[in-house]
Design a protein around this ligand. Structure first.
Ligand SMILES: Nc1nc2c(c(=O)[nH]1)N[C@H]1C(S)=C(S)[C@@H](COP(=O)(O)OP(=O)(O)OC[C@H]3O[C@@H](n4cnc5c(=O)[nH]c(N)nc54)[C@H](O)[C@@H]3O)O[C@H]1N2
Ligand SMILES: Nc1nc2c(c(=O)[nH]1)N[C@H]1C(S)=C(S)[C@@H](COP(=O)(O)OP(=O)(O)OC[C@H]3O[C@@H](n4cnc5c(=O)[nH]c(N)nc54)[C@H](O)[C@@H]3O)O[C@H]1N2
Ligand code: SF4
Ligand SMILES: [Mo]
Length: 678
């Protein structure tokens, strides 16, 4: 029997590595590397290598389920679709379509996300969002305002030609390991690597200069660097004059941010602030890579704007090896946002409160009217569910019961809904609260396009059939539409992509026929366009083609350590688990390496609490408590503790404070205390 190699895209992170699934007699029997892939060049990290382990896991959902008492019973597709149509219909008749909210999925394809937001809007509700809200929402607001586009400005392989790489709030060695290979390559070629992070991580190990700042003080650090760059005349005056507005206001606002003063706020030695500023400003091509350490703050948008400012005053944009690189997290979070699965945007980033955008989509979809946004964001939907304003939710491939902050409240809000529909591949904590659970097909069981963090759109092919009665998410969404009397067209990915080509200008030239190995990078406005790997090389898509320098002022995090809760809790990730863990905790080779929830504590903090390494402890915040095993390490500074959120518990602790504009929760700063469990 011959083996067939089917090209697919890794289902985990935004690096978008490619690999082949090898198929024999209709079964996935292994994987083969893809040496010709432009980003991964045949490499994969531990998660990518283990992807088949969860694909074939016995816990996969194989039939629709409905709640009965505390448990679930198997039902037919017909019954499931009937329940959903009746449940949504009841809510819409009573409360109007605004009583229904949809969460799209940054794990699903572009076509699936496009169809889900279309279903939501054709039903008449503006409330559709995705987990980007918990992730890069501040990049969408901050980069759109400063640079006129929210995407990564340069492609991943470009990092290899950078001469100074400033990594701030990103642990890419663990979370985007294949992108880290490009940083290594640049480093070997003589690039200076600077890392700003409150923790020592495998990423900080590759740094020439490690700035171990206090969590939540990034605006201060970046203002201090801007101060040095301006004071020492390291700005690019020509670039500023030709391409930007607002420089004088920035000069004024950072005048008092001397390295000595900033050192008091951030805990970073003044000399290191000066060294970092000089290295970044004076190299011929510098890039800034950032991620959740920047965005997941009540000052997330300010942090992002402070990053843009640094790039703009030094002219490190629009050329190879430069750029502002918000490393997207999920395999298709970029695509879910591009497809308009966001409260404030229709597909292609037309504002959902813009009458012209609404007119354009009404005409494209052949309906007289569409809801005007902005709708409720993912975090606001949960609050509205708690207060009774949202009565039904449809959740595609997300696990807010584990991944949203303050999870006790999320559980209660989801439980109180009249109807909760969850479409996933496993019985997650969120699915356990549902009235109806629908079994979806996962990446290798369906075809479609995914957009990685550098805006590269890639086609992933179907290798095997889904288990049992599971269907592709596209087929399910179309069937739900039909049961509600809404015709979403033919549920095959190529037809939906053809519609996307017509309605999303950035994707106009990204046709199915052109998506061979390596894909195409948007904007790609017509079928002959080669794609646009580097943004802003000929000005900015803002008034007069100029970028905006926006002065920002340091504000402390919403919650600080005090007498009752003396430690500062920061949360994040480890290499072998992914987000709420539904997939990696079902991969034996990964689970073996990190089997339990742990909390990293500095020995100097642990000693007076009589806590030894491996002890079970209770971590408590004003919201609640979670048990974890203590891990003593000086990778966290005194006063700071770290927990990953891959196991249930961590988000019982996290703060509900959000950024006032982007509405992202402050996952990176909560006040906590720790006690030993005897
Ligand atoms: N292995 C693995 N890979 C993943 C994921 C996963 O769960 N596991 N998830 C994917 C997703 S959805 C995302 S969004 C990305 C996220 O990727 P990252 O952003 O790299 O992930 P985090 O661990 O949340 O946080 C990054 C770093 O920010 C630091 N940090 C915390 N607070 C601050 C601060 O105030 N300032 C600064 N400068 N740094 C701070 C943390 O110590 C941490 O080292 O990873 C993606 N890839
Ligand atoms: N404390 C704390 N909390 C955080 C963060 C943090 O740093 N700290 N980070 C936040 C960030 S950046 C993010 S992005 C969110 C992530 O939040 P979520 O998106 O809720 O997290 P995941 O666990 O990735 O959930 C994805 C779900 O999709 C399912 N799935 C996978 N593939 C498919 C498919 O093809 N079809 C269907 N139907 N389902 C599929 C998976 O089984 C899983 O249940 O978490 C946020 N929460
Ligand atoms: S780096 Fe990301 S995309 Fe690449 S193999 Fe690892 S998890 Fe998959
Ligand atoms: Mo994320």
């Amino acid at each position: 029997m011959t083996k067939v190699l089917v090209p697919t895209v890794c289902p985990y992170c935004g690096a978008g590595c490619g690999f082949f699934v090898s198929v024999e007699r209709g079964k996935a029997v292994g994987m083969e590397y893809m040496p010709g892939h432009p980003v991964s060049e045949g490499a994969l990290c531990s998660k990518g290598n283990a992807a088949l382990e969860f694909l074939r896991h016995q816990d996969r959902l194989t039939t629709p389920l409905r709640r009965r008492g505390e448990g679930f019973v198997r039902i037919s597709w017909e019954e499931a679709l009937g329940l959903i149509a009746r449940g949504l219909g009841d809510v819409i008749r009573r409360d109007g379509p605004g009583g229904v909210a949809f969460l799209a999925s940054s794990k699903c394809t572009n076509e699936e996300n496009y169809l889900l937001q279309k279903l939501a809007r054709l039903l008449g509700t503006p409330h559709v969002d995705n987990c980007a809200r918990l992730c890069h929402a501040p990049s969408v607001v901050g980069l759109n305002r400063t640079l006129g586009a929210a995407g990564m400005t340069n492609p991943i392989p470009d990092i290899g030609s950078s001469k100074c790489i400033f990594i701030i709030g990103s642990n890419l060695a663990e979370n985007h390991p294949v992108i880290a290979r490009w940083v290594h390559r640049a480093h070997e070629d003589g690039a200076v690597v600077i890392v700003a992070d409150p923790r020592e991580t495998p990423t900080t190990w590759m740094a020439d200069l490690f700035l171990q700042l206090t969590p939540g003080t990034d605006v201060a650090l970046l203002s201090g660097m801007a101060h040095v760059i301006i004071a020492e005349g390291l700005i690019d005056g020509d670039y500023i004059a030709r391409n930007t507005r607002g420089f004088e206001a920035l000069r004024e606002s950072v005048r008092s941010s001397s390295p000595e003063r900033i050192s008091e706020i951030t805990g970073v030695p003044p000399d290191d602030i000066v060294r970092a500023a000089r290295a970044y400003a004076s190299s011929p091509a510098s890039s800034i890579l950032y991620s959740m350490g920047i965005t997941q703050h009540s000052t997330g948008t300010d942090n992002v704007q402070a990053i843009s400012n640094l790039a703009l005053i030094t002219g490190h944009l629009g050329r190879p090896g430069t750029g502002v690189m918000p490393l997207r997290g999920q395999n298709n979070v970029q695509g879910a946002c591009d497809m308009g699965a966001l409260a404030e945007f229709y597909p292609g980033y037309g504002r959902s409160d813009d009458p012209e955008t609404i007119r354009r989509f009404s005409s494209a979809w052949g309906v007289p009217a569409l809801p005007k946004g902005p709708g409720l964001t993912a975090t606001e939907m949960i609050c509205a569910a708690a207060s009774g304003d949202i009565r039904a939710m449809y959740i595609l491939g997300e696990d807010p019961a584990n991944s949203d902050p303050c999870s006790q409240k999320v559980h209660q809000a989801l439980e109180d809904l009249d109807l909760l529909v969850v479409q996933d591949i496993f019985m997650t904590a969120t699915a356990r609260l549902a009235d109806v659970v629908l079994p979806g097909a996962v990446w290798a069981e369906k075809e479609g396009s995914f957009t990685n963090t550098e805006r590269r759109v890639q086609w992933s092919s179907k290798a095997v059939d889904p288990p049992g009665e599971a269907l592709s998410d596209l087929e399910i969404i179309a069937a739900v539409g039909r049961s509600l009397g809404i015709d979403l067209g033919s549920p095959d990915a190529a037809s939906v992509l053809a519609e996307i080509n017509r309605t999303v200008p950035q994707y106009a030239g990204i046709t199915r026929e052109r998506l061979g190995e390596g894909g195409l990078i948007w904007p790609c406005p017509d079928p002959h366009h080669p794609g646009t790997p580097i943004l802003h090389s000929a000005g900015f898509k803002l008034a007069d083609g100029r970028a905006s320098i926006v002065p920002v002022r340091y504000r402390p995090a919403a919650e600080g350590p005090g007498r009752e809760y003396p430690l500062l809790l920061t949360t994040g990730r480890v290499a072998v688990h992914h987000n709420a863990g539904s997939m990696t905790r079902r991969s034996p080779s990964l689970l073996r390496r990190e089997p339990d929830l742990f909390v990293e504590i500095n020995p100097a903090d642990a000693f007076p609490l009589r806590i030894a390494g491996g002890d079970p402890v209770l971590v408590e915040t004003p919201r609640g408590g979670a048990e974890a095993l203590a891990r003593l390490t000086d990778r966290v500074k005194r006063g700071v503790v770290f927990m990953p959120f891959h196991f249930p518990g961590t988000n019982r602790l996290t703060s509900e404070a959000t950024d006032p504009e982007a509405r992202i929760p402050e996952f990176k700063v909560s006040a906590c205390r720790i006690v030993r469990r005897d």
